[in-house]
Design a protein around this ligand. Structure first.
Ligand code: F6R
Length: 614
């Protein structure tokens, strides 16, 4: 949520910031701004809209200066407009600050500052914070770095901030709590700072990830110094960045979403490469192998996640129950954290998150940890907060996912959860070795099957053309395909703004059937397998009410073909692997519908890629 970029060095800050903000725009894109410092002159440009709007605004102005901060916003406090856009200035106009997160006690701080004459221009918590820092500095006379630390020690909430001072063109000050911030150390006394490494990647491979409650002073002459909010000095830990530039570029596709959909044969394979050994019929995952006793003794698995990751968790519920015979509860992290959940000895919590930064999932982990649970993380972003907060875990290795709608992360999550379920089943001896070996071989063939499904693109596009103006859509599936129905509906609504609902197919007659008429497209996952006949009956029920059926069927299917208005064929696979294959045409469909409706698929309205506020 919100993108942050900062630069300090001998070059020009502006081009670095604009390029960086474009890379970060997937994190938030309702307004953007930069502040640049040169010879005691603080230039501030900000506006509602995208980074391109900001560029137009700055175009004719002077934009030189070797120190700057930039921000792309996802609004929390106050509507997206020019005034609420970051950076925000202190009352004396000397400090400029950008912020990602929420200052929870901003109202009381604001009231106190107002009573002493501070005047606020915006509705944001961020402006309150920069005035508060100014106030602490004025009252105590301490250097800015110390004032930032002191102010933050009284702040509740989540933040990643960067501050500059008009009177000190040699320093950037940054701090973080529950929102990521990474510092890049370039050659020639150059420093970069950003909310993720994507703006830094082409300048340096040497990075320092700030930890929670750390404040960093980046000084042109003295280098990098880090202290905690409690004023303990820390030695910066410099790591090598592994991200590659190609991974964050569109590679000839019109959008990141389309690129990421097409990357899935590769990303699925990467998520099991080196883990499954077909020859010996074993799965090697250190998060399982190193804690085998815990998995063998597990009484229950609680899965916490949000959105698409929660849907992957639902698939995992079926997998763990079928393969490893462990009862599973799948919880929305946002609900779990605010209940008084019962955690028992022998409970294992699996947290699933693409970004590894989702605030609700992180809070659910902390709560479960406090109550003694063993926590396993399934994350995509290496080194992310969640991957560090869990006891152990497995990365999904899908590569950076930039399109806001999650696609390749979902299939990689399911693939990793599949391997965990198989490995645990092996350890608990709840599946025969023969079945494990056959399922592993089937998993190994999934990338090729996904490749096949991607060839249905033209058929999917034709279907999208027919239904692109629908006002509503229903998605139905049973068993392993129920979470796919939910995911298909989420994909459609989030990028094309068509209202869509996912339901277990049998549940339809308990209410949603009332919606069906000749206008209603009903997408049904009707592959051959355990519930096939039942789903065929559900299709009959829809047809009897004149609904339009678009069915995803197993290649060669005849029964559903006769009933449905349109079919999309997918290769046969085991029931347990159908979600990974059947979700692909639904992703493509949402993509085409959104493009045909003129929507921005990579940056749908009101959304942001990583949700670091609760
Ligand atoms: C939907 C989508 C979101 C995320 C959710 C959780 O396409 O991307 O629903 O799945 O915000 O995000 P992560 O997985 O980063 O925790």
């Amino acid at each position: 949520m919100c993108g942050i970029v900062g630069y300090l060095g001998n070059g020009d800050a502006y081009p670095v910031m604009i390029k960086g903000l474009k890379r970060l725009e997937y994190r938030g894109y309702d307004s953007a701004g930069v502040a640049i410092l040169e010879n005691g002159d603080l230039k501030l440009y900000k506006c509602k809209g995208k980074v391109a709007d900001l560029e137009n605004l700055v175009e004719k102005s002077s934009k030189t200066g070797g120190i700057g901060i930039g921000h792309t916003r996802w609004a929390t406090h106050g509507v997206p407009n020019d005034v609420n856009a970051h950076p925000h200035l202190s009352g004396d106009q000397k400090l400029a600050l950008i912020h990602n997160g929420i200052i929870e006690n901003y109202a009381s701080i604001k009231a106190e500052l107002q009573s002493r004459g501070h005047i606020f221009l915006s509705d944001t918590d961020t402006e309150v914070l920069v005035h508060f820092i100014e106030d602490v500095r004025a009252k105590t006379g301490v250097p800015l770095f110390e004032a930032v630390r002191m102010a933050l020690s009284e702040v509740h909430g989540a933040y990643a901030i960067v501050v500059i001072d008009k009177e000190n063109p040699n320093q950037l000050i940054a701090a973080k709590k529950s929102s990521p911030l990474v510092i890049g150390i370039g050659s020639d006394d150059e420093y970069f700072i950003a909310s993720d490494a994507t703006p830094i990647i082409e300048y340096t491979k040497n990075v320092v990830y700030l930890e929670d409650e750390e404040v960093a002073l980046i000084d042109r002459k003295e280098g990098l110094k880090i202290v905690t909010i409690q004023n303990q000095s820390k030695t910066p830990y410099i790591q090598a960045l592994e991200l590659k530039l190609e991974a964050i570029e569109k590679g000839g596709y019109d959008s990141f979403m389309l690129k990421e959909i097409h990357e899935q044969p590769r990303s699925i394979r990467d998520s099991f490469r080196g883990r499954i050994n077909l020859q010996h019929g074993i799965i090697k995952m250190s998060g399982i192998d190193d804690h085998k006793d815990k998995w063998i003794a597990a009484n229950r698995i609680i899965i916490v996640a949000c959105g698409t990751s929660w849907h992957a968790g639902l698939v995992a519920e079926y997998l763990f129950e079928e393969f490893a015979r462990i009862p599973v509860e799948v919880e929305y992290a946002s609900e779990f954290r605010y209940r008084d959940p019962v955690i028992m000895p022998g409970d294992i919590v699996i947290a699933i998150s693409q970004s590894g930064e989702t605030a609700d999932t992180l809070a659910a982990i902390e709560l479960a940890k406090e109550r003694g649970a063993f926590i396993f993380g399934v994350c995509n972003v290496v080194g992310s907060t969640i991957s560090r907060a869990t006891h152990t875990g497995a990365y999904t290795h899908a590569g950076p996912e930039i399109g806001v709608a999650s696609t390749k992360a979902f299939t990689a999550q399911v693939t990793v959860l599949y391997q965990i379920a198989l490995a645990v089943a092996q350890a608990r001896q709840t599946l025969s070795q023969d079945r494990v070996t056959r399922l592993m071989a089937e998993l190994n063939s999934v990338p090729d099957k996904v490749e096949e499904v991607l060839k249905t693109n033209a058929i999917v596009e034709t279907i999208a053309e027919i239904y692109k103006d629908s006002r509503n859509a229903l998605y139905l599936g049973r068993g392993y395909s129920f979470p796919v129905a939910l995911e298909g509906a989420l994909k459609l609504k989030e990028i094309s703004y068509i209202h869509a609902e996912g339901y277990p197919a049998a549940e339809m007659k308990h209410g949603p059937i009332a919606l069906i008429d000749e206008e209603m497209p009903v997408f049904v996952i009707a592959t051959q397998g355990q519930s096939y006949e039942k789903v065929v009956s559900n299709i009959q029920e829809v047809k009897a009410r004149k609904g339009k059926i678009i069915a995803i069927v197993t290649a060669g299917d005849k029964t559903v073909k006769e009933l449905a208005d349109h079919v999309i064929e997918i290769p046969k696979t085991d029931d347990s692997l159908v979600p990974i294959v059947s979700v692909i045409p639904l992703q493509l469909l949402s993509y085409h519908v959104a493009v045909m409706r003129g929507c921005n698929v990579d940056q749908p309205r009101n959304l942001a890629k990583s949700v670091t506020v609760e």
